[in-house]
Design a protein around this ligand. Structure first.
Ligand code: BTN
Length: 327
């Protein structure tokens, strides 16, 4: 077992037990000596884990470092591909930029980059994604699907549905999806997704799925002018702090499961779930594009991620980009 693998396994055992785990149990489960267990516990303390030694009983994990760590995220993660490598940064410009560079340098599929804060978080259409420290999730995932560039937008469905499922599993809230890739709670934006791609004419080299979720952000801490949409956080809507680590692990597991299914069955199932969760199907909307605005009723999405909007003259518009507002 790799050294970091032992640390991860220790954390997993702490979490799966109900308090104190004996040195003997740890040594047996890990296949290392009691002295080695002690050395790893010491190492984990050095990394910010508070571990209490309970005399003649064993060890108990009291707390983890405040920022997310790759050990915490990967220990016992039930995912096949996503999280094969997890990089947690205290601060960066943009996790998407870091993941993109890593992918250009050959980072494997499933590489995840997470930052506690971003100084230049990227939003859609060149906008800024506000990324204060210590409260939210900013995460980018490298995928290398064998698909044509035109099909890459199907991956947007994956990240949107994965976030919606994670919100449902970690809170009592009911998320809604707004085209193309916003997650709303009570009509306010709680998460945004930005996918970036490197491709040749015929094939995708890699896609970076960028996911930003407002978890424990207090909206009063943000000056109003900085937010374009009515925005919110899971804490504001649910009234309870969300465990960032749990949310991250659940999200990566959901993403992994959806991606696995996508590789076998294509985008049909995930698109169906996207539509079922969509806040705009059958609703009247106003579409704003660079040089044009029009209104119509949303019929659905096609397999390229385009929104299908029926205009009053009976024309079916295929909307590939723009902003959509409910009327
Ligand atoms: C949007 O405008 O709705 C998309 C926001 C996407 C933000 C996430 S945060 C993690 C990743 N890194 C970035 O720089 N952007 C995405």
């Amino acid at each position: 077992m790799k050294e970091s693998g032992v640390d991860g396994k220790i954390l997993e055992l702490f979490r799966s037990g109900d308090g104190v785990v004996s040195g003997a149990a740890l040594s047996k489960a890990l296949g290392v000596s009691r002295t080695a267990v002690w050395k790893h516990v010491k190492g984990l303390r050095g990394k910010g884990y508070q571990i209490e030694a309970v005399p003649s009983k064993g060890y108990r994990l009291l707390s983890s470092p405040e920022i997310l760590t790759n050990l915490d995220i990967t220990a016992g993660l039930g995912a096949k591909r996503i999280g094969s490598s997890v990089i947690c940064l205290k601060e960066t410009d943009s996790t998407n930029s870091v993941a993109f560079k890593m992918a250009e340098d050959g980072a494997p599929e499933g590489t995840v980059v997470i930052a506690d804060t971003q100084s230049a978080g990227k939003g859609r259409l060149g906008r800024i994604w506000l990324s204060p420290a210590g409260v939210n999730l900013y995460c980018s995932v490298v995928l290398r699907p064998a698909i044509a560039p035109v099909a890459a937008c199907q991956l947007t469905f994956l990240s949107v549905v994965a976030v919606a499922r994670a919100v449902e599993r970690c809170t009592k809230l009911k998320p809604q999806i707004k085209w193309p890739n916003d997650i709303l709670i009570n009509g306010k934006k709680v998460a945004g997704l930005l996918n970036e791609m490197n491709a040749e004419t015929e094939k995708v080299n890699f896609v970076v799925l960028g996911i930003g979720v407002n978890l424990n952000l207090r909206m009063a801490a943000i000056s109003e002018g900085l937010l374009r949409h009515p925005a919110t956080s899971l804490l504001e809507e649910g009234g309870e702090e969300v465990d960032r680590l749990r949310f991250t692990r659940v999200l990566l597991e959901e993403l992994d499961q959806l991606y696995d299914n996508f590789l076998v069955e294509g985008d049909g199932p995930v698109r169906a779930e996207w539509l079922a969760r969509s806040a705009i199907k059958g609703r009247s909307v106003k579409v704003s594009q660079q040089n044009r605005e029009f209104c119509g009723v949303v019929q659905g999405v096609d397999s390229f991620g385009a929104l299908l909007v029926l205009l009053s003259d009976g024309t079916l518009e295929t909307v590939l980009s723009g902003d959509v507002a409910l009327l």
